[in-house]
Design a protein around this ligand. Structure first.
Ligand SMILES: [Zn+2]
Length: 260
């Protein structure tokens, strides 16, 4: 199994990051950690170097943080990403989040930022990881206009747009939302296994004892929890767990061109 999207740089792991990664090494073939904030970039690159061929990284600015950085800071970060491109396997998560950002001015800023990361993806010839909330139609239009080929839709919750995602040749990574959401179940049922990847978004989206998704302060999620998602996909698609395991791992290796 591969966790195709998590955040190992989060402070929630500061006390025992190496212990958490050791657990991952016992159960997973690789972990893709996503740097969503420029301030976490150095730590992310350190992890990639320390756990070579096991931890791989993507980098961008999460659309939710659009208000936090000046033009100069963004420029500097883009240069840093270019400089470290050999330590990255994708650009992301980037996209639009209209749930967190309501004001027109900031939404326009989000779009501008999204476009810059798309351009970067093309220049560096890396795949793109998408975060989209309450704006999926617009996100799809932008990606299609730019003819972006290698796309991972993270937290995809729009069944009516699934066929477009499939027709475009893109992938969907599924996390614990699958355990609670009828919408995500429907997406998994209708999406070919060849287009699915497992993810956790850890430390977020941990499952509590009552079976519900908790805040990261109540339950700190870990990449090894992809097992829950794998099992649920097998149940929904009525296929063996081993088949889900093998195919989603292959999908992630191919999508990210992982050297493992
Ligand atoms: Zn994320």
């Amino acid at each position: 199994m591969i966790d195709a999207h998590c955040h190992l740089e989060q402070p929630d792991y500061d006390e025992e990051r190496d212990v958490v990664i050791k657990r991952c090494k016992k159960q997973l073939q690789a972990v893709i950690t996503s740097c969503a904030n420029p301030k976490d970039f150095d730590l992310t690159i350190q992890l990639v170097k320390k756990y070579k061929n096991f931890i791989f990284a993507t980098a961008s600015v999460h659309p939710q943080y659009v208000k936090n950085f000046s033009e100069d800071e963004i420029k500097e970060y883009l240069e840093k990403i270019k400089l470290h491109k050999d330590n990255l396997v994708a650009i992301g998560e980037t996209g639009l989040d209209y749930n967190w950002v309501k004001e027109t001015m900031w939404r326009e800023k989000q779009k501008k930022l999204f476009n810059r990361f798309i351009t970067l993806t093309k220049n560096l010839q890396l795949p793109l990881v998408i975060h989209s909330r309450d704006a999926t139609k617009e996100v799809l239009e932008i990606l299609e206009n730019h003819a972006v080929k290698r796309v991972q839709m993270h937290m995809f919750t729009a069944p009516s747009l699934l066929n477009r995602v499939i027709d475009n040749g893109w992938h969907i990574s599924v996390n614990n939302l699958l355990l609670r959401s009828k919408t995500v179940k429907k997406i998994v049922r209708d999406c070919p296994l060849g287009r699915l990847m497992l993810e956790t978004d850890a430390p977020w989206l941990g499952i509590g004892k009552d079976g519900n998704i908790k805040s990261k302060h109540e339950v700190r999620n870990e990449p090894i929890a992809v097992r829950l998602v794998r099992d649920k996909i097998a149940e929904i698609k009525k296929i063996f767990v081993e088949k889900v395991d093998k195919q989603t791992t292959e999908n992630a290796i191919k999508f990210y061109k992982l050297n493992i």
